[in-house]
Design a protein around this ligand. Sequence first.
Ligand code: SAH
Ligand code: SF4
Length: 371
Amino acid sequence: MVVTRRSAPTNLLGLDSAGLQAWFAERGEPAFRTRQLMSWLYRRGECDFSAMTDLAKTLRERLQAEAEVALPRIMRDECAADGTRKWLLATGANTGIEMVYIPESERGTLCVSSQVGCAMDCAFCATGAQGFNRNLDTAEIVAQVWLANRLLPPRASDRPAVSNVVFMGMGEPLANYRNLIPALRLLTDPLGFGLSRRRVTVSTSGLVPAIDRLAVECNVALAISLHAPEDKLRDELVPINRRYPIAELMAACRRYVGRNPHRHVTVEYVMLDGVNDSDHHARQLVRCLEGLGAKVNLIPFNPFPQTRFGTSPQARIDRFRDIVLRAGYMTVTRRTRGEDIGAACGQLAGKVQNRVRHRLGARMRSIEVNA
Ligand code: SAH
Ligand code: SF4
């Protein structure tokens, strides 16, 4: 007797158009199925194969048996006073990630996570303080955008809620490069979410080789988390600096911009009271940026429990901003959004994961067996 083993269904949200085309080809289906299916998935937000009426019935049945559109479970959904919305999503039995939607008059920005936790250990970041759990796969990254468009009302009849995506949630996206790239392709593919490259931003603490690869493979907008203008301080605040110091990082940014003459890099700089916010630091920052098309985002530090840092006073931030502005760099102080629900930059910590980690110490073996 021949026993055929049924493999797990493929989550279609994890396949970019080339991947989906290969998946159909393996099943003897023509290339145009890719366009048809992606139109259902991403134009119409449909995930029920039986509703895809322009596909042959036999194909719909095959999809039902061999594919799925698996979405994370929503564990919490909170709305801040300013309209910012935050969801806690289950990404496995014991782990959670957070995504945040920031509505503005001209756009709707979704801040997505790329990892459960983060290994980079930046001194001022709640996600870093949690440690690293695992990488999200492509489908788990893409599902965040898919889900948000489904959960939120469209901004206009033909415009879904999410117009911009920033990888500024939990995790270091460039440390999950392999899963990030197909997700970026789906976000920017006209058959997928159809966002322009300018509207998709990858934010990184500075993984130089991956920045160079990204420039070639999918040159979306780039933001770098600089946070200190000299190596000794940055070594402490952003430990990956010990591997890729500021000069190497800035050189990678110049190469990135060099490949896209109309582009700039966004430089993120968290304002930490008495740590990196003096006039001297501002002047050092200007020197770092020399010759680089850069916009500077000053982020008031968002506190979280047990942090040793404080937020710079407004007058200090304004003075710092003016020095950088006078040097010719567009500089804005980022308005903190969703602070009352812990949705601001660096506050995302997936509190469920937090509890699980506490319990893990005592129950490590039983959880491993149950997983
Ligand atoms: N890991 C990536 C993207 C996620 S963090 C990165 O570091 O770039 C998104 C931004 O929030 C980064 O600029 C990060 O440095 C900043 N951030 C982290 N903790 C913060 C905090 N407590 N207050 C303000 N900004 C913070
Ligand atoms: Fe990770 Fe970014 Fe937080 Fe640093 S700031 S620990 S890279 S999420």
